[in-house]
Design a protein around this ligand. Sequence first.
Ligand code: 5GP
Length: 199
Amino acid sequence: MSKGLLIVLSGPSGCGKGTIVQEILKDGDCAVSVSATTRSPREGEVDHVRYHFITKEEFERRIAHDGLLEYAEYCDNYYGTPRAEVEAIRASGKHVILEIEVQGAFQVRERCPEAILVFTIPPSIAELRRRLEKRGTESAEVVEKRIARAQEELPLAKHYDYVVLNDALEDAVADFRSIIRTETMRPNQIDWNRLDWNL
Ligand code: 5GP
């Protein structure tokens, strides 16, 4: 059995990454990595589902013990990917999706050159603002911070392997699915022993 792919999905907060991932998870061949964060849970967010909510002290302890594959500070909070979780998913043969911001994405590329970096973009900043406001989970001040951050991040999309426009959700999901499908056709992903070639 070949190891699962390591897929990084970035894109401005509110651009619909989470929704795309939820749709892809229904296919059954991917799992999403549960990040650690020092951010407070939003209403309805359950610990250990999308995030492990931990203190700043615990986060810094994990950095010191090299327990994180990558981490970054984003809008005054730490976010990071637990290394062991990612490895366990890949070893099981499933593809792992890391839904992370750009600084973390580039750290992953450095440490794991086989990682596939995908950037989701909203059709416009105005649409991003509309989606963030509609979500209604952040104060006006935090929305502004996230939009400012999006404007810094968008030019970095050029350095990713793939860019997916998230205008109509079903198109974005289809595009993301086809990236995964294409990447599984690389020779290092093929389980050669399973082929009956009679050689
Ligand atoms: P939110 O607070 O909206 O859940 O996430 C804020 C940003 O942090 C998003 O862009 C999200 O993709 C990113 N993020 C979530 N988990 C991680 C992580 O483990 N590492 C990094 N570098 N970014 C993360």
